[in-house]
Design a binder for this molecule. Structure first.
Ligand SMILES: NC(=O)c1ccc[n+]([C@@H]2O[C@H](COP(=O)([O-])OP(=O)(O)OC[C@H]3O[C@@H](n4cnc5c(N)ncnc54)[C@H](O)[C@@H]3O)[C@@H](O)[C@H]2O)c1
Length: 371
């Protein structure tokens, strides 16, 4: 067995809670090679961060993340603040020699993401981005099946993320409506889809895009974040794709779907049924034409042995347990994945879609990386 790994969490909001949960539950569910020790959490509001520290079982708190980053008992700085703060914190943590786990998206621009990647490379620290959905058992199984040839050669990748988070025009302005702090909806929701797309179907070469902001003012302030966007995608491999993200889809809570069509089969994942995978196999007997519903909890499936007996299912929280558990198991030698290089590559695609939408043209992803 390994030793203790000191964790400092920056931010006590929804992701500060989710990551605290992940570190706490991971050693309960699986035999980790190292012991995560939640040491400190930071937040600007002293009362709220003190409350969060108590609720999440973290023994100390600070009101300035710089203090957390400097602490000798912190090995991993886990960034759970808005995207506009990520690069600065990640760069400071790298300079202090800490490993960094950063929530998605890695930054609000490719330039910032690349600077975080550069800092991590120069400091030679372990780094990871919070694309937790890779670690949902059914999504992991989907990736594995594609790799094993279950759909043949990938031709089409289709993904949507529909939410009603911004549907109510009376929701007051906060950081999510400020592009420099929250990034676009393309980056917020789309980064997950782009990560899954590139993980399953390889790098994206070029995109087109369209974006719209339907509610342009909140609390008297201009909103410069898209409410909904869509992109056509061309992969390096020649495969084609369609991505759609929306935060104004009424009565759609957090509905995301990914579908891959290969030359021999189809796989579909729907978040609303997150323990299942639909599989249509072209070679099936013709009288079985259709899709079979795989229960992604069978002992041979990814992560199944870490969880409950088949039929009990897992939920959103398990993705954080699986993600953080995997990273802890690879401490201190790595490799960690998805890492900042993958986070920056996703950011380049996000920015390419933003530019394609703004300029009504196809944009090569390499154009973003060059500029
Ligand atoms: N992987 C996922 O499933 C998932 C889900 C939701 C959010 N996220 C990501 O996690 C990050 C945080 O989102 P959240 O939902 O936890 O947000 P949140 O609003 O619930 O919490 C944000 C935290 O950051 C702090 N904060 C706000 N503005 C700050 C600033 N300018 N400087 C420093 N700290 C600041 C807040 O006080 C709070 O502690 C974002 O990057 C978001 O995209 C990921």
């Amino acid at each position: 067995m390994g030793g203790d790994v000191g964790i400092g969490i920056v931010g006590y909001g929804m992701m500060g809670r989710a990551h605290s949960y992940g570190y706490t539950v991971a050693p309960v569910m699986r035999a980790l090679r190292n012991h995560p020790r939640l040491r400190v959490i930071s937040g600007r509001d002293r009362e709220k961060v003190a409350h969060a520290a108590g609720a999440y079982g973290i023994p100390s708190w600070v009101d300035d993340w710089r203090e957390l980053v400097r602490r000798p008992d912190v090995d991993i700085v886990d960034i759970c603040t808005p995207p506009g703060t990520h690069a600065e914190i990640a760069i400071a943590a790298a300079a202090a020699g800490k490993a960094v786990i950063c929530e998605k998206p890695l930054a609000v621009s490719y330039r910032e993401a690349a600077s975080a990647l550069d800092a991590a490379g120069k400091a030679r620290i372990l780094n990871a981005v919070g694309f937790n959905y890779r670690r949902l058992p059914a999504v992991s199984l989907m990736k594995r099946m594609i790799g094993e040839g279950a759909v043949g050669e990938v031709r089409l990748f289709r993904a949507t993320w529909l939410s009603d988070e911004f549907a109510d025009s009376t929701i007051p302005f906060d950081w999510r409506f400020d592009r420099s702090m929250g990034g676009t909806t393309i980056a917020d929701l789309g980064s997950h889809l782009i990560d899954l797309a590139t993980w399953m179907a390889g790098p994206i070469a070029a995109v087109s895009g369209q974006s719209e902001t339907f509610v342009r003012e909140r609390s008297g302030r201009l909103v410069d974040v898209d409410d909904a966007s869509a992109a056509l995608v061309r992969f390096d491999s020649g495969a084609r794709g369609v991505l759609e993200v929306a935060r104004v889809a009424v009565r759609r809570p957090c509905d995301f779907t990914i579908e891959v069509n290969g030359d021999r089969g189809t796989l579909v994942f729907e978040y609303a049924r997150l323990n299942e995978l639909l599989y249509g196999e072209g070679g099936d007997r013709s009288e079985l034409y259709g899709m079979r519903r795989i229960r992604a909890e069978q002992q041979s499936h990814p992560y199944a042995r870490d969880w409950w007996p088949i039929g009990q299912g897992v939920g959103y929280g398990s993705s954080f347990v699986n993600h953080l558990g995997d990273l802890l198991d690879r401490w201190p030698d790595g490799p960690w994945e998805p890492d900042f290089a993958q986070g920056a590559a996703v950011q380049a695609v996000c920015e390419a879609i933003e530019r394609a939408a703004a300029e009504s043209r196809w944009v090569e992803v390499s154009e973003i990386k060059r500029s």
